[in-house]
Design a protein around this ligand. Structure first.
Ligand code: THU
Length: 130
């Protein structure tokens, strides 16, 4: 598992340079590890109409669903940016991570380097449709 997680962080770092972020100039890269053992990548994709911006994490999750289908489940997700300092997943991404990986581990840049937390710690009261 540790080797898979190291590969995941490397993959997210490798994706960062492909972000489309001409407005914020913050490049973000994400990589997801699915329960099938596959890795999919995402980057943030901004738009002149700012609200249309897509976060790297959700782009990666959508890529995974597009390849594996609706049963796709997340084992882990890594997100990094091209700047030092914190880059935790935003609230909207946390809810989407939870949807596909209620047991997923999330790796992200904290103030002093990489941190790892289960999604349920990052989003303690996730919305569920019952
Ligand atoms: N961004 C992400 O890609 N993921 C997050 O979880 C938070 C923010 C991106 C969106 C936007 O392109 C840039 O960071 C600045 O908000």
């Amino acid at each position: 598992m540790r080797k898979d997680l190291d590969r995941l962080v490397d993959a997210a770092r490798e994706a960062v340079c492909r972000a489309y972020a001409p407005y914020s100039r913050l490049r973000v890269g994400a990589a997801v590890l699915t329960t099938k053992g596959n890795i999919y990548l995402g980057v943030n994709v901004e738009n002149a109409s700012y609200g249309l911006t897509l976060c790297a994490e959700r782009v990666a999750i959508c890529a995974a669903v597009a390849q594996e289908g609706p049963e796709m489940r997340l084992k882990a997700l890594a997100v990094v940016s091209d700047r030092p300092g914190p880059c935790p997943p935003c609230g909207a991404c946390r809810q989407v991570i939870f949807e596909f990986g209620p047991d997923a581990l999330v790796i992200f840049q904290g103030p002093d380097g990489l941190e790892e937390e289960p999604i349920t710690r990052l989003l303690p009261a996730a919305f569920r449709l019952r």
